[in-house]
Design a protein around this ligand. Structure first.
Ligand code: ZN
Length: 290
């Protein structure tokens, strides 16, 4: 069992693994270390043949506020991991390093978790913002608390959506454009209507409802579940999902590079709080010394 600091791994019932983000005082903002831990936890559950269903949950008021933009040494925290294809260039300069970093821990990890050959269920409460969506959306099923709110405000920061561009499959193309163009939240009830979540339950019943769903699924044939997931994911893949994701990811990198040239930081600072602007400037300065 790997050692975890930013999350809790437990087996609440036979056959069910539960991974709980545990940085509630930071609204479960994701730094590099947390994402590597999460990947290790998913791997551990995937490789344990006694586990049939994996739950992803979060402690605290909010599921996740997204990526921790105040992280000052994200590049230094990178470690080579086995994603689907090897990623290289973490120690390089400029756009090469930035693209490698995001290819590994954002697009790479989210897509890797989407392809875990076991059913996954996200239990989402409170805010699920940008990078938060990149944890919930890869899961097969999402149970939302009635206070859940989903948003990708990255266009406000001068980029074209977060690094895992599955918005159109999640909410349909018109709502995807609206949520991106406006940065508006999608509330739990609207998410249910759009088919982005499977259930909306009272906040106090979120884990009970999630465990109930996991229990029903865990009673089924493990191999049949694996094959069914492959079949369902294969429908999206046949629609060109991988090519679409790569295309959006490359445009996202173009936006970062543009912002670096114009504003000297990865995001358009006009949409960022002052503290975040300073932290990002420090991170860039640190990365530039490598
Ligand atoms: Zn990015």
């Amino acid at each position: 069992m790997p050692e975890f600091k930013a999350l809790i791994y437990d087996v609440p019932e036979a056959g069910i693994a539960r991974i709980t983000l545990n940085k509630p005082n930071m609204a479960n903002a994701q730094d590099t270390a947390l994402l590597y831990e999460l990947n290790d936890a998913f791997d551990h559950a995937a490789h344990d043949d006694d586990i049939r269903v994996i739950i992803l949950a979060a402690n605290g008021k909010h599921f996740s506020a997204g990526h921790d933009l105040s992280e000052t040494d994200g590049h230094g925290a990178m470690r080579t991991h086995q994603t689907v294809a090897p990623v290289c260039g973490f120690g390089c300069a400029g756009a090469e390093a930035q693209m490698a970093r995001e290819e590994e821990i954002y697009l790479g990890f989210s897509d890797r978790w989407r392809n875990i050959p076991k059913p996954t269920i996200a239990a989402v409460q409170g805010k699920c913002i940008a990078g938060g969506l990149m944890l919930a959306w890869p899961c097969d099923i999402i149970i939302a608390a009635d206070d859940a709110a989903f948003a990708d405000p990255t266009v406000s920061f001068g980029v074209c959506g977060h690094e895992y561009f599955t918005h159109v499959w999640e909410v349909g193309i018109r709502k995807a454009k609206e949520m991106l163009f406006t940065s508006d939240e999608i509330k739990a009830d609207d998410a249910l209507r759009l088919g982005m979540v499977n259930q909306v339950v009272p906040r106090t019943e979120l884990m009970d409802a999630t465990l109930a769903m996991a229990r029903r699924i865990a009673a089924k044939s493990r191999f049949a579940l694996k094959l069914t997931k492959l079949a369902a994911n294969g429908v999206q893949d046949a629609q060109g999902r991988q090519v679409a994701l790569r295309n959006a990811f490359h445009l996202h990198q173009l936006a970062h590079t543009h912002n670096l040239k114009v504003f000297d930081m990865l995001l358009d600072p006009s949409g960022l709080p002052e503290a975040t602007r300073k932290a990002m400037a420090a991170r860039l300065a640190a990365a530039g010394k490598k």
